[in-house]
Ligand binder design. Structure first.
Ligand SMILES: [Zn+2]
Length: 300
């Protein structure tokens, strides 16, 4: 199914939506639609339908419509930039491919900036690609171990380097303390954490460590078995949190801030909001959305 024909029924129900709630729900679905190009917007008439809602009497509706239009503009601009980019004639087919095959064939893929024309964003970050030099202990073994943990945490993450680097250092320090130095047990533990973190089937573990939902002190005490079951345990929780994230995204957002740097596009144009996602005596969770590439992450 082409992206435009996927959008058409949504546009139709948007035009005939009878309540604010229904309109917001459809708008949110549209907002997360990852295959926006100028042609898709035109063919599906989605641009027109959402554009109209910017002057809707309901403030939540008009704000969300404005946000979506802004986001789409970015994507269309990016599409154009990619089309006229350095690779010249080689680019348009790549952008086309993103729309017709890969993106359409993998609906489970979360918002993937790499699927909308930008080749800059890939899912293989590392300390090296992030330009991070892990040198903070004066001890080569320790620095190397922290770098390993950084690489394992970061490779498919959109979170900022700074946040991930802090977690990696925390992990290294905690393992060091737990094992009384760079002993054989220390190295074995780092290796075990590295292998489990890097596990493609365990994205929840990485995300929990990065976000702080799984405290480093607890993570460092986990066996491989614990880590595997942690993923199963957390799967539902993560879905619930993602839903919360989406719900929060629908409401009024904080103003754009340069307080956060996006781990993907490295720009400092983000919106954020904070919420109490767990018990009242735990710290607030901060949800950040990059307004440039729509990357999202959270931390507490
Ligand atoms: Zn970004």
């Amino acid at each position: 199914m082409s992206a435009a024909s996927e959008l058409k029924p949504l546009v139709k129900s948007l035009n005939s939506a009878s309540s604010e709630e229904e309109t917001l729900k459809i708008l949110n679905t549209l907002k997360d639609f990852a295959k926006i190009t100028e042609a898709v917007l035109r063919e599906s008439k989605a641009g027109l339908a959402v554009g109209k809602l910017r002057s809707n009497a309901s403030k939540p509706v008009s704000e969300l419509a404005k946000e979506i239009v802004r986001k789409w503009k970015h994507e269309v601009e990016r599409e154009k930039a990619a089309g006229g980019g350095s690779k010249g004639a080689a680019k348009p087919p790549a952008a086309k491919k993103a729309v017709s095959s890969s993106a359409a064939a993998t609906p489970s893929t979360p918002v993937t900036p790499s699927g909308s024309g930008g080749t800059k964003f890939n899912d293989t970050r590392s300390a090296k690609s992030d330009g991070i030099k892990v040198e903070y202990t004066g001890d080569k073994t320790r620095d190397k171990c922290a770098e390993l943990i950084y690489d394992a945490l970061v490779f498919d993450s959109g979170a900022p380097s700074e946040l991930i680097l802090n977690r990696a250092k925390d992990v290294e320090k905690t393992v060091l303390n737990d094992h009384g130095g760079t002993t054989a047990a220390y190295k074995a533990k780092i290796r075990s954490l590295f292998v489990n973190l890097k596990d493609k089937n365990n994205p929840g573990l990485r995300e929990s460590v990065i976000s702080g939902d799984l405290p480093v002190s607890r993570f460092c005490k986990m066996s491989s078995q614990d880590m595997a079951s942690e993923e199963r345990k957390r799967a539902d929780e993560l879905i619930a949190q993602q839903n919360l994230f989406n719900t929060l995204g629908a409401g009024e957002q904080e103003a754009e801030t340069d307080a956060f740097q996006c781990g993907r596009c490295k720009q400092r144009k983000c919106r954020y909001r904070q919420a109490q996602t767990r018990s009242a005596d735990e710290p607030m969770t901060t949800f950040v959305t990059c307004t440039v590439c729509n990357n999202r992450w959270k931390f507490s």
